[in-house]
Design a protein around this ligand. Structure first.
Ligand SMILES: [Zn+2]
Ligand SMILES: [Zn+2]
Length: 309
């Protein structure tokens, strides 16, 4: 059954549309998200519950090991492959709708991006990509390991990874929801996610007290983190940390940078925790902060710990 179109009143759609209105440069990306999010929301990857007891959860976290590390995760690879194909088709259709014949692509590289999606869609249709072999690398954000398979088929390895990570997200979110109650109250003082090991996507200042939480864009996990500590190197010296706001964008979002390790983290104010599916949208909405940080020589951490699939 095809997913129901989203209602414009859906908070996710409302957020995407307001973002596209405020930042016309993000219109294409917002349209792509609007096309793929219904597919992600209704996806069934036939995941099995993670076989960890409360005691095992506690032991792993106390040792500083993300919960999915060294665990056999069960999901239906065929369903992931199918979802990747559906995502590619949805993105292609969204691009075609916005760029009808005769339309000039609004940004350099947009035509190439559209053609990369088309090529990947064709390869997925022909089942020429060994998704089962690539998924562990995709889950670890290990583009280099996807590179040779992608090159042979003349598809963009970065796109394979992004599409694959999006297709895996419903599974990771299911595992994240399962493990959150088992982990309650156990401290985790790392910048990498306690569930899946991915680097935090965003920081959130939650509640009236502005307690700092880190959020994982992959599984949606939410954990409290010390406010004045760098998420990458653990530096707590406030003299070597600073933050920037984007001009004219208010103070809802800022980027925190560390001069010890040159890492940066985007932090948003959120009275309630941002729903997991909204996290990539908030990441996109704050892309101007990535530019500000990168321009000043800071970088995002790309450290992922091992995950087995
Ligand atoms: Zn995670
Ligand atoms: Zn640092």
């Amino acid at each position: 059954m095809p997913p129901k179109p989203f209602h414009a009143a859906d908070p996710l759609i409302a957020r995407l549309r307001s973002m596209a209105r405020e930042s016309p440069a993000l219109k294409d990306a917002a349209a792509r998200y609007e096309a793929i999010l219904p597919l992600l929301r209704t996806a069934d990857l036939r995941t099995a519950a993670v076989p960890l007891t409360v005691d095992q959860v506690r032991q792993k976290l106390e040792k500083g090991v993300p919960l999915l590390h060294d665990v056999d995760l069960e999901l239906d690879v065929e369903a992931v492959q199918e979802l990747m194909l559906k995502l590619a088709r949805a993105i292609e259709a969204a691009d075609a709708k916005r760029h009808s014949p005769g339309f000039h692509f609004p940004w350099a590289g947009a035509a190439e991006a559209a053609s990369s999606v088309r090529k990947l869609r064709q390869v997925l249709e022909g089942r020429r990509l060994d998704i089962a072999a690539l998924l562990p690398h995709i889950a670890k954000n290990d583009q280099a390991s996807v590179e040779s398979a992608a090159r042979q088929l003349e598809v963009d390895a970065g796109l394979v990874v992004v599409l694959g990570q999006n297709a895996l997200r419903p599974a990771f979110q299911t595992w994240g929801r399962q493990l959150a109650p088992l982990s309650k109250g156990i401290p985790w003082n790392k910048g990498a996610c306690y569930v899946c090991g991915a680097a935090a996507m965003l920081g959130e200042l939650q509640d009236n007290d502005q307690v700092k939480h880190l959020r994982c864009g992959s599984c949606g996990a939410d954990w409290v983190f010390r406010r004045l500590q760098c998420t990458f190197c653990g530096n707590e010296d406030h003299k070597s940390q600073q933050y920037f706001f984007a001009e004219g964008q208010g103070e809802r979002a800022r980027v925190e940078v560390c001069d010890t390790c040159k890492g940066y983290l985007k932090v948003i104010a959120a009275f309630a925790p941002t729903p997991s599916e909204m996290l990539p949208v908030e990441d996109l909405a704050t892309v101007h902060l990535d530019f500000i940080a990168k321009e000043r020589g800071y970088r995002k951490s790309v450290v992922y710990s091992q995950k087995s699939i």
